[in-house]
Design a protein around this ligand. Structure first.
Ligand code: TRP
Length: 367
């Protein structure tokens, strides 16, 4: 494998909607920590609009509009564009060229076995007849994203593991076939198992835009309050306050597990020292859902209100956000063009690099 002395991070999101608490818990929070750890030489965050188009070809304006939403979400959670280079996939030509070359290093049979793509096909209702070739092959394009930056590290949820496996296979195949150019990337999973995936407010396993069960990072306090008080799933058997309640599968407690700490009890709910005491009371009976939900709102606002405040600041600076994306993309173009050049040299398709092919052609033709 080509050795990268540097530690390089590449992550990305499809700009198909505003980002929500599930993204925050599953990836954004971690990205900010990694960014501020100072352990990485380079960090790239890719707004994957091309990938978003693979199942939204008829709705490009959705992606165009969400580009700025996702950028604001990044900035408002604390992504620092001076450290984390934010860039736009479609404007980085090397990614397209690499995708095209990698297509030859993977079989359609192998792509058909990708469990993430299979699951997404089922979720989107694509059968073989309706499946866009671009969507089917997006793992190859994602391999181009990762390898173009020579990323060593891809922080992502476990649903991305098959993508990384696929990427490593393509890297190995490339390096065996053409020489040691590409770097094998490793996934960096979230460290707390329980926080891998935040369920939706309705109790479904995943917070997801298409299920309409999200709390968005950009929701107003009134929206958050309405979603928690009126729409968040608790325990359907807990009818009267005195009834014993269940905390498993109770979304209020799932969210408290993910966000509450002892200081928040001291400040907002001093009846209990910690979540264990609160749960115990709920299970015994005598603690009502309204009280729990009011506390949960306070807890969530500890996370959401600073995000909202930063978003409001950036919202006044849209031209600056534009410049951040544009500059970040320019840097990415430069970086990925270097990789593309190495790839093309290794593949023997660098005809016009330095004119040395003239001599070779002379020999073939004129001896
Ligand atoms: N597939 C990722 C998602 O659905 C987005 C993405 C595109 C990505 N390119 C990437 C993630 C490269 C990590 C690395 O959110």
């Amino acid at each position: 494998m080509a050795e990268s002395k540097q530690k390089i991070i590449l992550t990305g999101d499809r700009p198909t909607g505003r980002l929500h608490l599930g993204h925050y818990v599953g990836s954004l929070r971690r990205r900010v920590e990694l960014q501020n750890s100072g352990e990485y030489d380079k960090i790239y965050i890719l707004v994957a609009d091309d990938q978003a188009l693979t199942d939204n070809a008829d709705n490009p304006d959705k992606i165009r509009d969400n580009m700025i939403q996702v950028a604001l979400d990044y900035l408002s959670v604390g992504i620092d564009p001076e450290i984390s280079n934010i860039c736009v996939q479609s404007q980085i030509p090397a990614l397209h060229a690499l995708t095209f070359y990698y297509m030859n290093l993977v079989t359609t049979a192998r792509l058909s076995r990708n469990p993430t793509v299979k699951a997404e096909m089922a979720q989107k209702g694509f059968d073989q007849e309706g499946l866009p070739a671009g969507f089917f092959t997006y793992p190859v394009s994602q391999t181009a994203d990762i390898t173009a930056f020579k990323a060593t590290t891809v922080p992502a949820g476990e649903d991305q593991e098959p993508m990384l496996e696929q990427a490593r296979e393509i890297v190995r195949k490339f390096n065996q076939t053409y020489g040691d150019v590409l770097v094998e990337p490793q996934i960096l999973l979230p460290d707390v198992k329980a926080q891998l995936r935040l369920p939706g407010i309705d109790g479904q396993a995943k917070m997801s835009k298409s299920l309409g069960n999200c709390i968005y990072l950009s929701d107003t306090p009134a929206e958050v309050k309405e979603k928690i008080m009126k729409r968040t799933y608790t325990d359907p058997t807990h009818l009267k306050i005195e009834d014993p309640g269940h905390v498993e599968g109770n979304i209020v407690f799932t969210y408290l597990d993910a966000f509450a700490n002892d200081d928040m009890f001291a400040e907002y709910l001093p009846d209990y020292k910690n979540l264990d005491e609160m749960k115990e009371h709920y299970q015994r009976g005598g603690l009502g859902d309204v009280k729990c939900k009011k506390f949960l709102i306070k807890v969530l606002e500890e996370t959401l209100s600073p995000i909202r405040a930063r978003r409001a600041e950036w919202a006044k600076r849209i031209p600056d956000v534009y410049d951040i994306l544009k500059t970040g993309t320019e840097r990415a173009v430069e970086e990925t063009n270097k990789t593309l050049e190495e790839v093309r040299s290794a593949m023997r398709i660098d005809y016009f690099k330095d004119g040395s092919i003239i001599d070779q052609w002379e020999k073939i033709i004129n001896g």
